[in-house]
Design a binder for this molecule. Structure first.
Ligand SMILES: [Zn+2]
Ligand SMILES: [Zn+2]
Length: 364
């Protein structure tokens, strides 16, 4: 089969013929029908995170089960599935405590070697997935079966970006009907957070992004106001929009010390500050300890939308079917596997919200 393989940082992914290794007892072979390009793929290619090499890239996908290992019980051939960046075993202490997004299998599923290259070397899959390929072999805990007529290109987005943004709002804040939310960064994750705020009933939904196209997208997908941080006083605008109080919740979809601090400053007393963007290693968040104590603000991260994928993937599919979640509005471009590097370039340049690789058999 063909796959896009990461070999070294700062170089294009190599489109290669590779051979998938046989599934282990708990593994599932999936025919990938659609897979979206995420900022993490851009960051890995750019050397920002080192997950090893060679590695089949891609981690936001949907597909159809082709074969299952001898111990697989939750899936069968023919099932339509969405892959998950974080696995959910359902029985470990974290899963049992209602926090399956930090399932203890999280690191273990990334280790298995999944594909043999022409030179005999063996490749892993990004996050245990490796969806920039015609097939992938993954642990059954990384898949959720879904039943819907929605197109593959839209369903793929639930596998990472949409769940990260939507889940952060619905699972990590206590946003109430009539409430207010500000999202810093209006890429796919921020735009999903904006839609999540609308689903939660928020009335004041603010998108903050220096890119005019992303601010337009934010307004199109549910923001009631947008702010250009390059030309406007963000703190003053948010105060004006929220009756002088600050936002009930602020999502930092960027994850830099400066944006996390901005999110903290924009949040009202007793509000929720949620860092969703992945910060660089070694950075430090700073805010005044005295002010923090008096504020009763909650400052936390949200890993993969703090999602319970067994509950949330079907729920987000329902939101989309009901017209409350616009997944199609996040798909800017449909591409082929051969165009993956151009797609990553376009994502890095901010030209697209999501470019999605759709294979021939997809329903789009
Ligand atoms: Zn991702
Ligand atoms: Zn678990």
């Amino acid at each position: 089969m063909r796959a896009a393989v990461f070999l070294e940082a700062h170089a294009p992914l190599a489109i290669e013929e590779v051979k998938l290794l046989p599934p282990g007892p708990q593994d599932v072979v999936v025919r990938v029908t659609a897979t979206a390009l995420c900022q993490t793929d851009v960051s890995v290619r750019a050397g920002k995170y080192d997950y090893g090499a060679p590695m089949v890239m891609g981690h936001e996908a949907c597909g159809v089960v082709e074969a299952v290992g001898s111990a697989v019980t939750r899936l069968k051939p023919g099932d339509r599935v969405i892959s998950s960046t974080a696995p959910c075993c359902g029985v470990c202490a974290n899963c049992a405590a209602g926090r399956p997004n930090i399932c203890v299998l999280g690191l273990a599923v990334r280790k298995p070697l999944r594909a043999r290259r022409a030179d005999g070397s063996l490749a892993t899959g990004l996050y245990g997935l490796g969806s920039f390929a015609e097939q992938m072999c993954v642990h059954e805990a990384s898949l959720i079966a879904i039943h819907t007529a929605l197109p593959d290109a839209q369903l793929a987005l639930i596998g990472c970006g949409v769940t990260t943004g939507l889940g952060a709002v619905l699972n990590r804040t206590d946003l109430k009907p009539g409430g207010s939310l500000a999202a810093i960064g209006c890429g796919a994750v921020g735009l999903a957070a904006i839609q999540g705020a609308r689903i939660a009933g928020a009335e004041i939904v603010i998108g903050i992004d220096p890119r005019a196209e992303r601010r337009a997208d934010a307004l199109r997908l549910g923001a009631s106001a947008v702010i250009d941080p390059q030309t406007e006083n963000v703190a003053a605008r948010v105060r004006d929009l929220t009756g002088g109080l600050g936002a009930d919740a602020c999502i930092d979809a960027v994850g830099l010390p400066a944006t996390a601090r901005q999110a903290y400053d924009l949040t009202r007393q007793a509000g929720s500050v949620i860092v969703v963007g992945l910060p660089p290693r070694g950075e430090t968040f700073t805010f005044d300890a005295w002010q923090f104590f008096l504020s009763e603000k909650r400052f936390s991260s949200s890993l993969f939308g703090s999602a319970d994928i067994r509950r949330d993937f079907p729920k987000y599919v329902s939101f989309a079917e009901e017209g409350r979640l616009d997944l199609g509005g996040l798909v800017s471009r449909i591409i082929t596997l051969d165009q993956v590097n151009e797609g990553l370039d376009a994502l890095a340049a901010g030209e697209v919200i999501r470019a999605v690789i759709v294979h021939g058999a997809a329903t789009n």
